[in-house]
Design a binder for this molecule. Structure first.
Ligand SMILES: NC(=O)C1=CN([C@@H]2O[C@H](COP(=O)(O)OP(=O)(O)OC[C@H]3O[C@@H](n4cnc5c(N)ncnc54)[C@H](O)[C@@H]3O)[C@@H](O)[C@H]2O)C=CC1
Ligand SMILES: O=C(O)[C@H]1O[C@H](OP(=O)(O)OP(=O)(O)OC[C@H]2O[C@@H](n3ccc(=O)[nH]c3=O)[C@H](O)[C@@H]2O)[C@H](O)[C@@H](O)[C@@H]1O
Length: 440
């Protein structure tokens, strides 16, 4: 099939590349010329395991290409995926300007039947708006052309995006016309060969399914975070509680890890957007206000623990920070807890040396060359002259450290662990003070 993907971010680039991998011809459009240059020169603008090799392979095979030309991109694919950003507006609702601009471009240039697919996470009713702007553009041109608008939300996780796209748990398709449903089923058939996991539903339900999934996952995390904080006060151990409740199959083990707050480009913004949608429709989802508030506070938890240990005035103190990305296997620092921790430490007068296997370039882009933040080339190197180690991202390489080496390298033998990586007794055996989240 011939497919255009609009937007070459995490979702657009991964979707386009995986669709090409299955033998489709894919043209990816982005208006950011620097991204397209990088792609055309054989690089990729993001860190995502397995993606670079797959992009190169498909480009070499002639199935995947990149452009900044709107005309070419509209002409190319019968299927037009919209995978642009939907950042929060000032009031927390999803800003649809990029989605509607992409739809308008399709209406302006199309000359034959198109299936326009909303892959971006968009509020209920967006497909109607997409349909309307295309119609407006066609009317302005004085032409009548057939097209379908489909909602096909994406559930991939950063850091595992290629794997998630190639082997989806489910493919949700919100569509009401048979022609579009048939094409979408055909498109996804190679990804779900062992059993059919396509769920066809009406468009509005598909749009809401995406927010419901992210909000449910965020709720589990905030619940566990609050429970961990309570366990801390009660002298109970959240790790044992996690195992104790997760083994109930109605609860399950996934997404039950407490920590220093969820980040990333999606949970925070999607929870906010769903709260706004609910308010606008006078049907509040009260639990989500609590989920959001609990998460905002959780991102400050390590700072509270540091304050409780050393007081408010950290002038002259220096901290080592392991992890900058909002989760492992990505360089994405959008809404990352590390940003709250770094800024909080600065406010109290401390300085920081950070180490992250892939996100240090992104961090330099965000913080510039502020002298209060330095970078180390290895985890152990970050500890030199530090009064404590603070861990915010659970990269695998932090999991089995040499505690004796850590103790020797630090100025004071103290660890604040925002991801509960270690068994407390094991760390303490080495003479290190250990502060984790809800652990005894
Ligand atoms: N990042 C993730 O893991 C996931 C994101 N989503 C959703 O997918 C959507 C995209 O997210 P990301 O890929 O993270 O965004 P991103 O910000 O990484 O990429 C969006 C890209 O779209 C481009 N763009 C904007 N307007 C354009 C236009 N009119 N024509 C062509 N290109 C245009 C931008 O230059 C940018 O490169 C969002 O709605 C997000 O909520 C859904 C599932 C997972
Ligand atoms: O809509 C999206 O963009 C995506 O959002 C999340 O994916 P992502 O944000 O990439 O990463 P997650 O693995 O979900 O982690 C999000 C945050 O939650 C935190 N988390 C996750 C799991 C857990 O048990 N505890 C916890 O604190 C992580 O550290 C991270 O900061 C969803 O998992 C995807 O299904 C969805 O497609």
């Amino acid at each position: 099939m011939k497919i255009t993907v609009i937007g070459t971010g995490y979702v657009g680039l991964v979707s386009g590349t995986c669709l090409a991998e299955m033998g489709n011809e894919v043209l990816c459009l982005d208006l950011d010329a620097a991204k397209i240059d990088t792609l055309n020169q054989g690089g990729i603008p993001i860190h995502e395991p397995g993606l670079l090799e797959m992009v190169r392979r498909n480009v070499a095979a002639g199935r995947l290409s990149f452009t900044t030309s709107i005309e070419d991109s509209v002409a190319f694919g019968q299927l037009q995926f919209i995978a642009v950003g939907t950042p929060p507006d000032e009031d927390g609702s999803a800003d649809l300007k990029y989605v509607l601009a992409a739809a308008r471009n399709i209406g302006r240039h199309m000359t034959d039947y198109k299936v326009v697919i909303d892959k971006s996470t968009v509020p209920v009713g967006t497909a109607d708006k997409v349909r309307a702007v295309i119609l407006e553009e066609l009317a302005a041109r004085g032409v009548e052309l057939p097209y379908s608008v489909v909602s096909n939300p994406e559930f991939l996780k950063e850091g595992a995006a290629v794997e998630d796209f190639l082997r989806p748990d489910r493919v949700v398709i919100g569509a009401e016309d048979e022609r579009a449903i048939r094409l979408m089923r055909e498109l996804y058939a190679p990804f779900i060969r062992n059993h059919d996991r396509v769920i066809v539903m009406d468009v509005r339900s598909a749009e809401l399914t995406k927010y419901a999934a992210n909000a449910m996952l965020a709720t589990r995390i905030s619940f566990m975070n609050e429970l961990a904080n309570l366990a801390d006060k009660l002298g109970a151990d959240i790790e044992q509680i996690r195992v104790g409740i997760g083994s109930d199959p109605r609860i399950g083990f996934h997404f039950l890890y407490p920590g220093c707050g969820y980040g990333g480009s999606c949970f925070p913004k999607d929870v906010q957007a769903l709260i706004r949608t609910a308010e606008e429709n006078s049907s509040p989802v009260r639990v989500l206000n609590a989920v959001e508030q609990a998460n905002d506070e959780q991102k400050h938890l390590l700072l509270h623990k540091i304050r409780a240990r050393y007081g408010d005035d950290l002038r002259g103190m220096h901290f080592a920070l392991w992890g900058l990305a909002f989760k492992p296997n990505t360089d994405d620092m959008r809404a990352a807890s590390s940003r709250v921790v770094i800024e909080g430490l600065w406010q109290m007068g401390a300085t920081v040396t950070a180490y992250d296997p892939v996100a240090m370039t992104e961090s330099r882009r965000i913080f510039g060359d502020d002298p209060r933040l330095r970078y180390a080339t290895a985890p152990i190197a970050a500890l030199a002259e530090a009064d404590a180690l603070v861990i915010v991202t659970e990269w695998k390489e932090f999991r089995v450290p040499n505690f004796e080496q850590i103790k020797a390298a630090l100025r004071q033998p103290v660890i604040f662990d925002g991801r509960n990586l270690y068994t407390p007794s094991q760390v303490r055996e080495h003479g290190l003070e250990y502060f984790a989240i809800g652990r005894r």
